[in-house]
Design a protein around this ligand. Structure first.
Ligand code: ZN
Length: 139
């Protein structure tokens, strides 16, 4: 793994959270992106080399809605940048980690992503992400 790519924070209201985090960071979010397949709206802030991703549920079945119902707002996941997500998935499986997405899926911010089950990582939801390099090569 190369570095922390971003930290995901679950929020009730993206609109309110954007205002709060803009005050906190002294910087504006640089994008808002809806991921319909995940039932989330996201916004991104760049803090040095690391991004902060705010996540708001758009449906009751969204993983973010379930997370907030159980635990309330707060840190939801930590995402690590990897060069080859498929190789990393195989490596982690062979080390005994539970991978939730054996086939990486398309996430926000032009990434291929896969999550590890928090039960196998001391309760921390870990996201692997690999930049999709070729423009419009897939969808
Ligand atoms: Zn994320």
């Amino acid at each position: 793994m190369n570095k922390i790519e971003h930290i995901g924070i679950a929020v009730h209201s993206l609109k309110n959270a954007n205002i709060l985090f803009e005050k906190l960071f002294g910087a504006s979010h640089y994008k808002i992106e809806a991921i319909e397949s995940e039932g989330v709206n996201t916004s991104f802030f760049m803090i040095g080399d690391t991004k902060i991703e705010l996540l708001e549920a758009t449906t009751e079945n969204s993983p973010i809605a379930k997370f907030i119902a159980k635990k309330g707002e707060g840190v939801h996941h930590i995402a690590f940048d990897v060069d080859d997500i498929n190789a990393e998935i195989e490596r982690l499986k062979s080390e005994g980690f539970r991978v939730l997405n054996e086939t990486p899926k398309k996430g926000a911010d032009n990434k291929l992503i896969a999550f590890l089950h928090p039960k196998s990582t001391n309760g921390v939801l870990i996201e692997l992400c690999q930049e999709i390099k070729l423009p419009s090569s897939d969808k």
